[in-house]
Structure formats: C-alpha cells, structure tokens
Design a protein around this ligand. Structure first.
Ligand SMILES: NC(=O)c1ccc[n+]([C@@H]2O[C@H](COP(=O)([O-])OP(=O)(O)OC[C@H]3O[C@@H](n4cnc5c(N)ncnc54)[C@H](OP(=O)(O)O)[C@@H]3O)[C@@H](O)[C@H]2O)c1
Length: 333
C-alpha cells in the first residue's frame, strides 16, 4: 500500500486562521475497488468559505472534523481507474481532500476537457466562483441595461466575473477593492467604469455617491461589514442587494454591531437576498455553458494567482484574508 502527504485541520481557528491550525501527516492510499479511481492532485482551490467549515456550527455544509483532511475544489489526474467512465490520463474536478494522491468514487468527480480551457479555469471562471458570479448577478440581482452595479471584493475570483457580466449586460459597473493595483486591474482589464480603494478612502459613503452619481441599483456584496453599511446610504428605489459573501466578518470572534438595514430597505422598497451556489445545483450546466460561450467569444477574461507546491496550500488559504490574490487563488501541486 502506498502513502501520501495529507493536510488535516489540527485546531479550529480562533479569529484569523494560522498555519499552526493545520497539520501535515502521511496517510495510506487504499487499494482501488470497482467504480473507483486513483487521483493525483493537479490544482487545489482555496476559498474564503472554507473558513466557515472550520467552525463547529450548523451551516449549509458540514463542518470539517478535527484531524481529518481539509476538502476543497480540486483538479486531479486519473492515474489508475476501475471505472468504465474514466481512464488513466483523464482530468477531473470535484470536492477532494488536501492530499497529493487519493482514491475517489468515480461518480463523485466530473471529467473536464483540457483542450477546451486550461485546467485551472475549471476551478475559477468555469467553476464554483464563476457560477456564483453568474447566478448571483443574473438571478438575484435581476440586472437591467443602463442600471448601476456596485461590486465589493471586485478584484477577486467572484468579483472580476460579476463586473464583466455586468458590462456584457450593459450596466455601469463600479468596483471596491483593497489596493490601487487592484483598482487599476479591474478598470483596465475587466471593464469596470470606476473603482474605489476602500483602504485609502476615508469616507466610503461619499466615495460611493461620487462614483455612482445615479445611485446604486444592484449591490453585489462579497465582503459585508462597514463597506456594505456605506452602500446602504446610496441605494436606489427598488434596488437589489445580492448577499454573496461577508469575508470582513469571517474571522471575527464576536458578531459585530452593525447598522440596522430595515429603515434603508423600507425607504427604498429595496431587497436583500443571500444565497449559496449549491441552491443552483440543477442549473450549473446552463451557467457553465453561458460562461464558456462568453470566454470563447472573448467577452470574458480571468485572472489567477497561482502558488506553487502542495506544502503551500495552508499559506495560500491564509493569504486570502490579506488580499494577496488577484482573481482566483489556486495552488499548483
Ligand atoms: N454564496 C456563495 O455561494 C459563495 C460562493 C463563492 C464565494 N462566496 C463568497 O464570495 C466572496 C468572494 O469569494 P472569492 O472566492 O471570490 O474570494 P476572493 O475575492 O478571490 O478573495 C478574497 C478577497 O477578499 C478581500 N478581503 C479580505 N479581507 C477583507 C476585509 N476584511 N474586507 C474587505 N475585503 C476583504 C481581499 O481583497 P481586497 O484586497 O480587495 O481586500 C481578498 O483578495 C467571499 O466572501 C466568499 O465567501 C460565496
């Protein structure tokens, strides 16, 4: 029986996650049974939502167990197969363990075609984050041509795609991100009309009013917290807030005191809706088809920050909370 390097959750993070919350162990790779495949990991996706799975609390997805492997979206190569659906040399995606090698049930992974798009794209623009951008904006945001779309976390994996879809649909698009370089990137590469660096802006309410002179019709919220409070003062009548993520509060040990949203929503007949991408499981093929079409037509571009080496997976995850990524954060194993 062969062995593999494995990353487990050693401790539940308190506040900001640390490297010492993870452990590197050697685990055994079991013999293949019928219907299974032996996989070699190629790319690992690190995502802010994994922070939520590190807390022992009820959520839309089971928490990680201590001393068990961490799991996230991965691309892997089939090196041996006992399934009629997959052959060695095929590439697959799926929710896989942070292991260099592992055995998986062939029904739990999906074959991807490296000739249609680079393998890494299946974890970003053609994967979970692309689909989140697509369904969050089109289904919950209900965009209309000529409206103003404001996006927080605009330079990240979801944000870069949301902004571009907004432009494809004929909207004025404004992005909020944490460095001048990111603002430069979203305006020059991703079509954003304007950007606001929230780390150097003293009064976000005023800055949003200036960048969105006609008010905000859709707010695509990736971050929550103070940035999102400032948006409330700028929402239009019948505006929609798409509550996608709240990364600014994921590491808080106590729920922050926040502005009461109800008076703002009442005054503007405005709506606010949260969602998780799993809600759209049955419609994923439709989303992937549309995103792939826009990619092929050159209407959609994507950015990736790729760290190298299996041992760097925990650090890449921590780096998300420091804003060290542009576009999708991945690790190439
Ligand atoms: N609802 C769903 O189904 C779903 C699915 C996928 C993702 N999400 C959520 O969507 C959001 C974006 O996810 P992603 O995968 O695209 O991540 P990402 O935006 O690629 O990476 C995280 C980014 O968040 C920003 N950030 C970190 N700490 C922050 C803070 N305290 N305040 C404001 N911004 C902060 C950083 O950019 P700056 O340099 O700009 O600060 C960082 O680069 C996350 O909140 C995630 O949980 C939700």
């Amino acid at each position: 029986m062969s062995t593999t390097k494995t990353i487990t959750l050693k401790k539940r993070p308190k506040g900001k996650p640390e490297l010492s919350d993870f452990d590197f162990i050697t685990s055994e790779v079991p013999e293949l049974k019928d219907g299974e495949v032996l996989l070699k990991t190629t790319y690992v996706s690190v995502d802010p939502y994994l922070r939520g799975r590190m807390i022992d609390a009820e959520s839309y997805i089971e928490p990680f167990e201590l001393d068990k492997p961490v799991v996230s979206g991965c691309v892997a190569e089939v090196v041996e197969s006992k399934s009629s659906n997959l052959s060695s040399g095929d590439f697959v995606t799926g929710l896989l363990e942070w292991k260099e090698k592992q055995v998986a049930n062939a029904d739990n992974v999906k074959k991807v075609d490296p000739s249609k798009a680079p393998l890494s794209a299946y974890l970003g623009v053609l994967g979970m984050t692309g689909l989140t951008a697509y369904f969050g904006l089109t289904d919950i945001g209900k965009p209309k041509e000529g409206e103003t779309l404001l996006v927080s976390g605009a330079a990240g994996a979801v944000g870069t795609v949301v902004g571009q879809i907004g432009k494809i649909l004929g909207m004025r698009v404004v992005g909020i991100a944490g460095t001048d370089k990111k603002i430069e990137m979203i305006t020059s590469e991703f079509g954003y009309d304007e950007g606001i660096n929230y780390k150097t802006t003293e009064n976000m309410t005023q800055a949003i009013a200036k960048a969105c002179p006609d008010g905000v019709d859709i707010y695509y919220d990736n971050v929550g917290g103070e940035i999102s409070e400032a948006v409330l003062y700028n929402i239009n009548k019948f505006s929609r807030t798409v509550v996608c993520g709240a990364i600014s509060v994921y590491n808080k040990t106590e729920l922050p005191k926040s502005t009461s949203v109800q008076p703002f929503l009442i005054k503007k007949s405005s709506s606010m809706q949260g969602f998780v991408i799993f809600d759209y499981k049955d419609r994923h093929p439709e989303g992937i088809q549309q995103l792939a079409e826009w990619l092929k037509e050159g209407k959609l571009h994507y950015e990736e920050t790729i760290q190298e080496g299996f041992d760097n997976i925990p650090q890449a995850f921590l780096d998300l909370f420091e804003g060290k990524n542009k576009g999708k954060m991945l690790v190439k194993v």
